[in-house]
Design a protein around this ligand. Structure first.
Ligand SMILES: [Zn+2]
Length: 396
């Protein structure tokens, strides 16, 4: 692949939240490199008047689900794994085209996200990069069993965690490696949100086994019971996390744990009376109220937050949803440039994705060219002013 040069670029430094004007960027072997002078016969893109910013990273998606459906969970059962895989291909490409260049898939039927990630990595199908957690580990009568694996005993938990590690190896996925558990019920189902699905000892076993195998754990946790037990057990990211107390947020800050709030999906469900079952609307209204308060508190305390959307959820609209989530983060009071940082370089660092999420020397050249400044205009620059997307230095 020939080197690519971007001249007259205004680079969006998402780490320091500043613009760097009049930059020359060189992309060689898919990575940003130092640019000295542009050779006469070089491939050059003139970025005069435009902004070069990193691709977005969504830490919570379900690529096998289509959010235009009222019931994507049942769709995976009716359609089967082959159609679900094809849907995953479509959604990964939709994400990439919209500037979401990296995702963490936190639940797929029969671990479908593994072959999906491998197929994209090998260039068999085009799409965003994926950390595939595989099926979400959960107890019987859990949340979304259609995209999960039932593990009720410690022996089953340990066996499944080892199997997931083996799948990362078999599918040649270099890392980082994450697994997902369902620690409480959900708002989008009919089950009780309440009690934690696993005992403290079982949660410790999950964290121990995963960490021992150099993997990290994301936990779906909405109730205080589930959140507090997961945080105590050393789970790495708390997904959704409605009932967060100031003490929990402080504890997470001290122990380097992260909250992935997924605000927009619950806001949407809370506003869907008449469209979805009343019980789901009722539960979502409660979640939304609690999330709003917890989000403000987390920012005040300084708890680590990264962007995750729950893309693919029922009635949430087509992939990607990360941009909608960023809008919700802005609406709930996070400064626009901080939302951008939490959706790019900070997300990459938290997830352990090395050298992604910034337009910096040595970083993988997953970037967008925009007509507006996303530090001041926020996510609307990605939504409305997107000129083009590059993955690994190649135009999409
Ligand atoms: Zn989810």
């Amino acid at each position: 692949m020939a080197d690519l040069y971007l001249k007259n670029a205004t680079v969006v430094d998402v780490r320091n939240k500043v613009l760097k004007e009049n930059q020359c960027l060189k992309v060689t072997d898919g990575k940003f490199a130092a640019c000295t002078e542009i050779p006469a016969d070089a491939k050059v893109v003139d970025c005069e008047g435009k902004f070069v910013a990193p691709g977005l990273i969504d830490a919570h998606v379900h690529l096998v689900w289509d959010g235009r459906s009222p019931d994507p969970m049942t769709d995976t059962v009716v359609d089967g794994d082959f159609v679900s895989f094809a849907r995953g291909c479509e959604n990964a490409l939709r994400s990439l085209k919209a500037g979401v260049t990296y995702t963490r898939d936190v639940g797929s039927c029969h671990d479908t996200a593994f072959p999906l990630a491998e197929s994209i990595n090998r260039g068999i199908v085009p799409g965003c990069r994926i950390i595939p957690c595989g099926g979400a580990i959960q107890g019987s009568y859990g949340h979304c069993p259609m995209i999960g694996t039932i593990c009720d005993t410690e022996a089953e938990l340990i066996a499944k965690i080892k199997q997931l590690k083996a799948m990362y190896v078999a599918h040649k996925i270099a890392g980082p490696h994450w697994i997902k558990i369902m620690a409480s019920g959900g708002a989008a189902g009919l089950e009780d949100v309440g009690p934690c699905m696993y005992s403290p000892k079982e949660l410790e076993t999950i964290a121990y086994e995963a960490h021992r195998l150099n993997m990290k754990v994301a936990a779906h946790a909405l109730s205080y019971d589930a959140i507090s037990k997961c945080v105590d057990a050393g789970i790495d990211t708390i997904e959704h996390g409605a009932e967060m107390t100031p003490e929990i947020l402080q504890q997470m800050k001290e122990h380097g744990q992260t909250w992935v709030p997924t605000l927009a999906v619950y806001k949407m469900l809370a506003e869907s009376r008449g469209v979805v079952a009343d019980i789901i609307v009722d539960k979502s209204e409660l979640v939304t109220i609690k999330q709003k308060a917890s989000f403000a508190k987390a920012m005040e305390i300084g708890t680590n937050i990264i962007m995750g959307s729950d893309a693919g959820s029922a009635n949430f609209g087509p992939h990607p949803s990360g941009l909608v989530e960023m809008l919700a983060m802005e609406a709930y009071g996070m400064p626009k440039d901080e939302v951008l940082r939490c959706s790019t370089v900070h997300s990459a660092e938290t997830l352990g994705i090395k050298n992604y999420g910034a337009v910096e020397e040595g970083f993988t050249a997953d970037f967008v060219i925009l007509n507006a400044n996303p530090l001041t205009e926020g996510v609307s620059a990605y939504m409305n002013e997107l000129v083009c997307v590059y993955k690994g230095g190649e135009p999409v």
